[in-house]
Design a protein around this ligand. Sequence first.
Ligand code: SAM
Length: 367
Amino acid sequence: MGQYTQETRLNAICPYFTMFPLDFPYGVLEQHASPGEWVADPFCGRGTTNYASRVLGLPSIGMDSSPVAVAISQAKLANTNPEAILRSAKEILKVFEEPSEIPTGDFWDWAYHQTVLQALCRLREGLLQDCRSQSRQALRGIILGALHGPCGKTARSYFSNQSQRTYAPKPTYAVKYWKRHNLQPEPVDVLGIIKRRAERYYSGQRKATGRVMRGDSRDEASYQHIDRGIRWVITSPPYYGMRTYIPDQWLRMWFVGGPPEVEYAMDGQVEHTSPELFAKQLKEVWKNVGNVCVPGAQMVIRFGGINDRAAEHLPILDDSLQGSGWAIEKIESAGSASKGRRQARHINNTAKPPREEHDVWTVWHGG
Ligand SMILES: C[S@@+](CC[C@H](N)C(=O)[O-])C[C@H]1O[C@@H](n2cnc3c(N)ncnc32)[C@H](O)[C@@H]1O
């Protein structure tokens, strides 16, 4: 695989529960796409497909129903620089001197030092009021990535008390842990962390073309502003039974406008009540995305299963593709989930062996 090491730091701006590795969309596009061809991902998550497109100079569209996913993916396509990002943060802090709302309770007392929480609330309010500029979108991505994580031994790079970085801490458990270990939150330098991260992620990025939108990809109306010109779709839907995206990201959800507590609502997410319903909903997505594609467009779907659901993943995907306008060309093994950071690995805490994942290559004959 080519020369991408220089430019890939931005892909790590914020972890997301179930991302696929950059190598996957990058490899497909590097080998097969031609300059100027549009790429789309209707389940863009943290925007890995969009970022691979950026690195290769290809224009792309991303869609996701989770506001956290959309915020991270928008940051991946932001054309800005470290100075402009820091300026945006300072501007917001100047205008929003006092936050109108600061969450209270044990969790918030222990998760952040009061000066840090104050600054985060001011930045949150400013970004909720206006996040149209690319610098603000980059700033929001940076803050989401730094919101919670380990304290580290040297320079602090997260705002929170000791936490995991991928999942948000569960309040009761986290408070017990902090109290038991007498871990007081520290007054970390919020602007300093933003500056270092901005320099890390936004120095020397190639110009990006395209956009990321919040939308339910099952709904035809979500595609109404997308021109019919997509040549490549590279995507990975939630694996059947994998339903914890929203609650596991509750703290980042709060930052993008959600409530200051764990959110269990699953609005806008594909339903997992039966394999049949799941396949039917995926079929809607495949039809909708096909309708904004050029004839002969290709879609590559990475799909697997999780161990606590017995259903086999390939028959579900096959069922979803039947009558969707997409014909299967080939199915390749993507290895097992223990290799690389894939969906099943994050959720298989059992001793069961990880399940094999597949890349299903399809071509658009519909429309
Ligand atoms: C497996 S993740 C995609 C991960 C992505 N490939 C990445 O690298 O980050 C699946 C995504 O589908 C999104 N999703 C689930 N149902 C959706 C729907 N109906 N419309 C749009 N997005 C949906 C979830 O929010 C989640 O971000």
